[in-house]
Design a protein around this ligand. Sequence first.
Ligand code: ATP
Ligand code: MG
Length: 710
Amino acid sequence: MMQEPEFLSVLNPEQKEAVTTTEGPVLVLSGAGTGKTRVLTTRIAYILAMHLAHPWQVLAVTFTNKAAREMGDRLQQMVGPIASSVWLGTFHRIGVRILRKYGGMVGLQPNFVVLDSDDQERLLKNILKQYGVDVKKYAPSIMLDIIQRWKDRGLAPEAVTRAENSEFCEGRTLDFYKLYQQRLQELNAVDFGDLLLLPLQLFQKNPEILAEYQGQFHYILVDEYQDTNVAQYMLLRLLAKGYNNICCVGDDDQSIYSWRGADVDNILNFAQVFPDAKIIRLERNYRSTGHILAAAASIISHNVGRLGKTLHVADEGAQSGNLVSVQGFWNGTQEAEKVVEQIEDELHKGTPLSHMAILVRASFQTREFEDVLIHAGIPYKIIGGFKFYEREEIRDAVAYLRLALNPHDDLAFIRVVNKPRRGIGDTAMQTLQTTAIQNGTTLIESIENADLKAAAKKSLTAFKNLVLSWYEKAQALAPMPLLQEIMNQSGYLMMWQMDKSPEAEGRIENIHELYNVLNDFESVQDFVEYASLLNENDEQASPEQLVVMTLHASKGLEFDTVFLPGWEEGLFPHQRAMEEAGEKGLEEERRLAYVGITRARQFVFISYASNRRVYGQWQNALPSRFIDELPEEHIDNKGNNRMGLAANFADVRMPWAREKQAINKRRVGQRVHHETFGDGVVIRENGETVEVAFNRVGIKKILARFLENI
Ligand code: ATP
Ligand code: MG
């Protein structure tokens, strides 16, 4: 017997058992933070260190690419460079790898492309149109979803029975599934679903190829097993038939992807499917404090049909840490401001920014946080999404506003002069720029004298006249109506309305969201200034960034401090989830709450707002029912619990209103400080905005809340 590797010594006995029981099927079923992922990584290291297999004979599947990279890094630390030869990645990555080698057997050429979800939808939309389907009535995205769910279940078009066909689009979905697959094949392309479906077909049709892989993979390991779908499960079962050494780890309470085809039965039925499976439970939680664990346990206990687990803090002697904070706010903006204040406090106390995260239920929630974070100068990154102000359509709209403010803004001019297309080509722009340089004028001034072709001159002159008319309007109109006019008259909005690509609609929504933003500004000047500050902020590339992401994306991760905003009925639990899936939908939302809370090591801040603007409409909301499910002795609710808020709405509202006024009050003569502009004196006051004479940059109009008295 070889000597036990040192990395085993840090494990507790159950973990060690899970690592060293290498032969036969093993299921590690345990709650959040009990070391499942750590067990899996150590198990690979153990297999390699004990020379039980070569690295390429080990197949390890993670839920995200990021998780695979992290596992790869850890492994490298434990066993060195051989780690890179392990087959480690998501199901999709493994699928690509198999298809690059044997795709020819299922009709693919080796250089096939993988389509992203936008491409997939565009492709299907074109087919539907070709067959005269009204895509306004039958959204391609919905049909695509139905098709993907079939793929998740391993069903090629031939395998979908008539009875299983959807009623959507007059029962023609199955026909379109066939056409869609044909079209993909013609394009030598696959979608994500195919990365599972095609390997399955490959194996079913070619037993010798299956046998090759079965012979290769001596050990198979799977993380986040509760969120595998049927196709993935079928693949695993086929591959594991060779050596029967399969180790899956998961937590049924963290199954949050059923809407994407995940099937929690895979974990519940593990022992039936893999007879003689050893089931190991880990009960010590190494991640979170006692209060956090108690809060998470209490929420999840409201779900029925669980396997049921107990969790204890690993170090019983340790203190149970801080209570879970629950706070109510008047509206979303105030919530964002308070959260960011709290982040600053934590930062002062020494928690690095990268160890804190804001986890939201819906991605629209991020914008409000972004605004406040930017003002506070806190670097942040949005995982799984674009920053609002970095989006193309927002930058374009800002460029239009800059032109309205100053027609001589050449950079803005260049950005939008041909957006939408106005027949102004590169040659015309070069001529214009040369003329401008020769005469020392701006681009817009040079149009008249430049030696341009008649057509180009005509459209440039027309554009110039538009810009000049906006310039005049900018003096009279409020920012929001001004932008609305510009977006309409320039044809910019129309450009996206005519655009057939799937993301066009989202872009239009973002422009509407920008109207919302502009509502909060007194002048275009203020907004443009604000927007230019954002870019400055973007350029400070800093490794220390706060993480902002959805709860769904946060699975498997951990942070010292976690902020969970927007705990309101309708938002969380999300209305749509409950409408579509009833009690089941609610339970999945509850699991999402459990996942959110258990991401935290030290602190959890839960919050809700009584008023929220959703797509431009103010909506009232009640605190989430999940707040009621938190155990009182483990939370600090700052005096405003759900009942209190409902009964004493006005009482709760008034103090906030007063406080907000007090914050915003900046009297003439008051000396103030601004993050970017430095020190100055208030010279005029007008409600929420004030004019300040800054020592360095002169007089500026500023929203009072962005100033500090000094
Ligand atoms: P989740 O369900 O959220 O995916 P998990 O069960 O995969 O959680 P891990 O992420 O593996 O849990 O572990 C949680 C934390 O506890 C990690 O920081 C890990 O390094 C630490 N940990 C796990 N086991 C031990 C141990 N035996 N001793 C010390 N720390 C441990
Ligand atoms: Mg994990």
